[in-house]
Design a protein around this ligand. Structure first.
Ligand code: G3P
Length: 249
């Protein structure tokens, strides 16, 4: 960790029930969390209100997606205004599951990012390569192309955290080595320096996601350019998520 305040997000994905979420929130409320860390959880939309009304204000809420513009006749979508209305401060965009399972493309994601930022939400902007892209030596190309789509769409990087999540590491138990993650984070920072500005490169937090757990977080957190984590499976367990938050160094 080396840039800005350590940032740890828990992406609960499409998991949980009213009961399991009540228990998770109560575990998080009683956990000891290092003060100098931004801690965020992203519940499924339908439980955001429940979580917001029961979780410690120490933990901020993100949504797992948002619509590209103002609400209206968009069946099944949730607007940024609605998310703000129920207390969200952040939105996760460009997650690999949205890209590769649902089929969202760079341009659509860029549009959502620009709109969310214009309305004052922070954006957790995900990028990451597929296994075959890594094996073909295209990791940097893919990440740079995804970064460029954000850069082309957004007017400012002030409220963006980049989440590097190699797709082959998500939900697989196959975490990137600290060196593999660090290598991509440095390359992305360098890309920001060349293509956005030196200031943005030095200030933007780049967090890692993909099979982070209580056992591997400390080694990853030691890397200079890993500024936090986006956690899936392990964020569903309060004490383990707290361990990851507290891996800040
Ligand atoms: O957004 C977090 C994520 O995709 C990583 O999931 O379950 O591998 O920690 P997981």
């Amino acid at each position: 960790a080396g840039t800005g305040k350590f940032f740890v997000g828990g992406n609960w994905k499409c998991n949980g029930t009213k009961d399991s979420i009540t228990k998770l929130v109560s575990d998080l409320n009683s956990a000891t969390l290092e003060p100098d860390v931004d801690v965020i959880v992203a519940p499924p939309f339908v439980y955001i209100d429940q979580v917001k009304n029961s979780i410690t204000p120490r933990i901020e809420i993100a949504s797992q997606n948002s619509w590209t513009g103002k609400g209206g006749a968009f069946t099944g979508e949730i607007s940024v205004e609605q998310l703000k209305d129920i207390g969200c401060k952040w939105v996760i965009l460009g997650h690999s599951e949205r890209r590769h399972v649902i089929g969202e493309d760079d341009q659509f994601i860029g549009k959502k990012a620009a709109y969310a930022l214009s309305e004052g939400l922070g954006v957790i902007a995900c990028i990451g390569e597929l296994l075959q892209e890594r094996e073909a030596g295209k990791t940097f190309d893919v990440c740079f192309q995804q970064l460029k789509a954000y850069a082309d769409a957004v007017p400012s990087w002030d409220n963006i955290v980049i989440a590097y999540e190699p797709v082959w590491a998500i939900g697989t138990g196959k975490v990137a080595t600290p060196q593999q993650a660090q290598e991509v984070h440095v390359a992305c920072r360098d890309w920001l320096k060349k293509n956005v500005s030196a200031e943005v490169a030095s200030k933007t937090r780049i967090i890692y996601g993909g099979s982070v757990n209580g056992g591997n977080c400390a080694e990853l957190a030691k890397q200079e350019d890993i500024d936090g984590f986006l956690v899936g499976g392990a964020s569903l367990k309060g004490p383990e998520f707290a361990t990851i938050v507290n891996s800040v160094i």
